[in-house]
Design a protein around this ligand. Structure first.
Ligand code: NAD
Length: 266
């Protein structure tokens, strides 16, 4: 408990699996009371969770932490309103909002994507983050003592990638939302930052990870020569949530082993 997060309250969306689960667990290890918000309690199929038989809440409680599950579809504003009510009802406050829930639709040229692909990415990644930010900001303003928002963006929000235009435009929107909110709410003591990982091992990237050609090509393109790990993201999330990063604001932190520095690596 070195980060002065003990006793704070956080919501992490999409926390049943992957990054969200890792962030919720890491927060709980720092003494944060965590609301795990997701469509379902069980982790997604195909993930790399060490204890996939346990829900995130069960894993946190097993380690002595405090966590509670609230069912929430981030595409529905009513669900986000309910999430805030349940959080305040249970823990009396909100300090940290992590908008992590997201989906990936890739593997096609732009003219091949369906309207459904576009709609799905837009609904979850853009509107989900928008509603999460909006409702958290309302709560922070009501409390009158600032707050901390962390959005799970991607390197896909900072540059173009081939064959994933629907995902990339949704991540680009999240990146700009992060900048806009930092400008609008900094004076209220509400910090807003984004984490921009490249591919890391979660259910979301399982298909790519299992594709040996992609795996080889990808690792070769990364100066640090490895996939991202959930722990890379959780360590950064803990830092951004803590006062140790108190002057970081409106920052989109690249977490990519150097990938976006170069076209290809040596
Ligand atoms: N894994 C990567 O390589 C990578 C890289 C960059 C950015 N990201 C971003 O990180 C975030 C988390 O991704 P992940 O890799 O952990 O994915 P994941 O599939 O392992 O987990 C995503 C979680 O979000 C939940 N979710 C999906 N739709 C939801 C909805 N409408 N409402 C509530 N919860 C919902 C799922 O149930 C799941 O538990 C996403 O925003 C993703 O775009 C991932």
């Amino acid at each position: 408990m070195s980060k002065n997060l003990d006793g704070k309250v956080a919501i992490v969306t999409g926390a049943a699996s992957g990054f969200g689960r890792g962030i919720a667990t890491a927060f709980a290890n720092e003494g944060v009371k965590v609301i795990v918000a997701d469509l379902q309690e069980a982790p997604s199929q195909g993930g790399f969770e060490a204890h996939a038989e346990l829900s995130t809440v069960a894993e946190i409680q097993k380690a002595g932490g405090d966590a509670h599950f609230v069912k929430c579809d981030v595409t529905k504003q009513e669900d986000l309103k309910n999430l805030m009510e349940k959080t305040i009802g249970r823990y009396g406050q909100l300090d940290i909002m992590v908008n992590n829930a997201g989906i990936y639709r890739g593997g096609k040229l732009a003219h091949e994507f369906s309207e459904d692909d576009l709609e799905a990415c837009w609904q979850v990644n853009v509107k989900g983050t928008w509603f999460g930010c909006q409702e958290a900001i309302k709560t922070f303003l009501q409390q009158g003592r600032g707050g901390n928002i962390i959005n799970l963006v991607s390197t896909a929000g900072l540059q173009g990638h081939p064959k994933q235009s629907v995902y990339n435009i949704s991540k680009g929107a999240q990146a700009n939302l992060t900048r806009c909110l930092a400008i609008e709410y900094g004076h209220e003591g509400i910090r807003v930052n984004g984490i921009c990982p490249t591919y890391a091992k979660t259910a979301l990237t399982r298909e790519l990870f299992d594709d040996k050609n992609f795996d080889e090509f990808f690792v070769e393109s990364i100066p640090l020569k490895r996939w991202g790990e959930v722990s890379d993201v959780t360590n950064l999330a803990v830092f951004l949530a803590s006062d140790e990063s108190s002057y970081m604001h409106g920052v989109l932190v690249r977490l990519d082993g150097g990938e976006t520095l170069c076209r290809y690596s040596v």
